[in-house]
Design a binder for this molecule. Structure first.
Ligand SMILES: Cc1cc2nc3c(=O)[nH]c(=O)nc-3n(C[C@H](O)[C@H](O)[C@H](O)COP(=O)(O)OP(=O)(O)OC[C@H]3O[C@@H](n4cnc5c(N)ncnc54)[C@H](O)[C@@H]3O)c2cc1C
Length: 389
């Protein structure tokens, strides 16, 4: 049976970034991905890389990760197609205090961000109707990357450092003996031995953890993205989160743009399980995006709806990830529940997870299992826990 120090279940961004980090530290590692690299939610990700978060730890991790995206060829190898477009976060009066708090927190940790008025937003985005926007934050260093290309580059570099990346290999069983994980068994009956196993299977993680009797507080949440062709001469230059209207958009190649939702209680949100959900977009949701786009950006009347799709967030009760050892089974770890933030945080989360696995580091309390049992989830600066973080 092939044996390595660490087996990682899942070849999304978290799995391959961790494999790269571990292999770089001289740890033998195997990634087992049931389909292809980034074939799950990672491959559908908008790849937005911003640092606007309510918690210092998340903001720091976003900043650390940004440095990786900015210097990807040197730090990882290959291409992530990072576009440094700048990022605007606009809020209505109800979130103005939260925005101010976040911007001062972020400035304290060294993030390049500043408050801008609705008037400045109009100057930066000609044609925008800023009704309902009380204040905004602007991050010039933020942008977006290609989540698929990033994952492929991480996987290739991990391979170059000696990692075994197996695709088309589905883990069916965790092998546990004497309270310790000793490896995994696949659907074809093959066994992979390991001292440590990391569950990085996104929305499928709860099914794997359940094999060890652990209920992970992660639920699959269906989200929808609309692809639009911008009005000629009005192609968006920045990434824009608009909490007043509950949506975000970012430029896509050519004149295209992606539009998504930042509403927590999206009507189409939580679904019973991660399999067999509708991957096509709902016409009503796309119509709602059209209405909001027209309201915020009247020139879009000369734009065009192109297509839409749906995918999954793996959401925890406080919309923070779980990066921790699994209680009750030695050697078993979880890097899941990214709750819609997982792409931008992956480089720094991989470092954090590698420290847990190889150095027995203490978990970051905000990302620990313990926070749920002790009921110590920390609310963010905005009215409710949600995708804004
Ligand atoms: C539409 C959309 C837009 C998003 N936009 C952003 C954004 O702009 N910025 C941002 O930071 N984040 C964004 N996210 C969130 C981010 O993409 C995710 O948090 C991140 O990709 C999760 O990566 P992961 O590796 O944890 O999991 P996943 O991508 O879910 O990967 C898990 C992998 O595990 C595999 N797997 C499952 N079960 C098994 C098994 N039994 N054996 C072997 N393999 C298995 C799956 O096939 C899958 O490939 C977005 C997500 C979506 C869906």
């Amino acid at each position: 049976m092939p044996t390595s120090d660490v087996v990682i279940i899942g070849g999304g961004i978290n799995g391959v970034a961790l494999a790269h980090t571990l292999a770089g530290r001289g740890i033998s590692v195997a990634v087992l991905e049931r389909n292809a690299i980034a074939s799950g939610p990672t491959g559908r990700s908008c790849g937005v890389i911003r640092q606007h978060y309510s918690h210092e730890v998340t903001a720091r991790l976003a900043l650390e990760s940004l440095a990786t995206f900015e210097n990807f060829a040197e730090t990882v190898g290959g291409d992530c197609d990072f576009r440094q477009t700048g990022f605007i976060m606009a809020v209505g009066p109800d979130r103005e205090d939260g925005l101010r708090n976040n911007v001062s927190l972020q400035q304290r940790v060294g993030i390049d961000t500043r408050l801008i008025s609705a008037q400045e937003v109009r100057e930066m985005v000609p044609g925008m109707n800023t009704d309902g926007i009380a204040l905004a934050a602007y991050e010039p260093r933020s942008g977006y990357a290609d989540a698929h290309a990033t994952s492929m580059s991480y996987a290739a570099s991990a391979r170059g450092l000696g990692a075994d990346i197996h695709t088309g290999v589905e883990v069916e069983r965790l092998l546990v003996g004497g309270g310790r994980v000793v490896g995994v068994e696949t659907t074809s009956g093959e066994r992979f031995g390991a001292d440590s196993v990391v569950i990085a299977a996104g929305p499928w993680s709860p099914g794997l953890a359940r094999m060890c009797g652990l209920e992970l507080p992660i639920r699959p949440h269906r989200v929808q993205i609309g692809v639009f062709e911008a009005a000629p001469g009005h192609e968006p230059r920045h990434i824009f989160i608009d909490t007043a209207l509950g949506m975000y958009h970012r430029p896509e190649s050519g004149s295209m743009m992606l539009v998504g939702s930042v509403e927590t209680a999206e009507a189409d949100g939580t679904i019973p399980g991660p399999d067999n959900y509708a991957e096509t977009a709902d016409p009503e949701r796309m119509e709602a995006y059209v209405e909001r786009l027209l309201q915020r950006f009247p020139p879009m009347r000369d734009g065009r709806f192109h297509s839409g799709y749906a995918s999954l967030y793996d959401v925890t009760p406080d919309w923070q990830p779980i990066v921790d050892a699994v209680p009750g089974t030695d050697g078993l770890f979880c890097v899941a529940g990214s709750s819609g933030h997982g792409f931008k945080l992956a480089p720094a989360v991989a470092e954090m997870a590698a420290n847990l696995v190889t150095l027995c580091a203490d978990p970051e309390p905000l990302f620990s299992f313990g926070r749920f049992g002790a009921n110590e989830t920390a609310p963010g600066s905005y009215p409710e826990h949600n995708i804004l973080g």
